[in-house]
Design a protein around this ligand. Structure first.
Ligand code: NAP
Length: 230
């Protein structure tokens, strides 16, 4: 049975990822900062309780990785999806954004995921896949972030940290490392006007992640399997 950890699992794409891997028969560790407030997780627990372990954790906390490792115990992981993210200040303006909100944005979207990724590495089985939910907005070459420059910069920082880690690991890396673009999705962040449902995005992401198992690839890729330029 595959062991899958999904962080940022309370709603939106993360909750959809939890549901999808449970439906595929996996054991899922769902990390959420306030699981009791997630009706979606409660429903999945009622349906699949034995294969779903919920871990309460604010991913930005200093102790997040230690808390998650303690909850995992001896359990090793085959898939890790670090999905949590925030949009940042509504104004998205470097002139007006405050220090605290900029710090929270970059901590949430770039630093915390890589911190957790590095801490979870010893738990990964050979051939595993570790994916971080990025965004096409992160692509420096495509430069699509004019409407949301701070969010785009935070996801570019995520991709940069991920690539630096891949270089640091070099040949010792025996797992795949993905920066995943889920498409524009109907969630609290994506809004109701987004073209994709959570189910459509997640169905594609699962195919992309499963295809990466055992390949040791490092790729920026969208939910349809298209490679994106860094
Ligand atoms: N929707 C889109 O169109 C789109 C497009 C490109 C990329 N993305 C990326 O996809 C990912 C998921 O987005 P979404 O649309 O599903 O967003 P969402 O509906 O706003 O959900 C965000 C998730 O992240 C969690 N989270 C945020 N900060 C956290 C923290 N410090 N600790 C634990 N959990 C935390 C939230 O938990 P709480 O419930 O506790 O707040 C929630 O589960 C994000 O990384 C986002 O940037 C989304």
């Amino acid at each position: 049975m595959l062991n899958v950890l999904i962080a940022g699992a309370s709603r939106g794409i993360g909750l959809g990822l939890v549901r999808a891997w449970l439906e595929r028969g996996a054991r899922v560790f769902a990390v959420a900062r306030n699981p009791a407030a997630s009706a979606g997780l409660a429903a999945l627990l009622a349906e699949h309780g034995a294969r779903l372990q919920v871990i309460a954790c604010d991913l930005n906390a200093q102790a997040a990785a230690a808390d998650i490792l303690a909850a995992l115990g001896e359990q090793r992981l085959d898939r890790v999806l670090l999905n949590a993210g925030v949009y940042g200040p509504a104004a998205q303006d470097v002139s007006s954004a405050g220090e605290a909100e900029i710090g929270h944005l970059f901590l949430s979207n770039a630093i915390a995921p890589l911190r957790l990724a590095r801490a979870l590495r010893p738990q990964l089985n050979a051939g595993a896949v570790l994916g971080c939910t990025s965004s096409v907005m992160a692509s420096l070459q495509l430069s699509l972030g004019a409407q949301m420059p701070l969010y785009a910069a935070s996801k570019a920082a995520l991709n940069s940290l991920l690539l630096s880690w891949a270089v640091q690991l070099g040949e010792s890396r025996d797992f795949s490392l993905l920066a995943l673009h889920p498409g524009w999705v109907q969630t609290d962040m994506g809004g109701a006007q987004a073209p994709l449902t959570v189910e459509q995005s997640v169905a594609g992401l699962v195919v992309v992640v499963e295809a990466a198992a055992g390949t040791r690839e490092c790729r920026f890729v969208d939910y349809q399997g298209e490679t994106l330029p860094w």
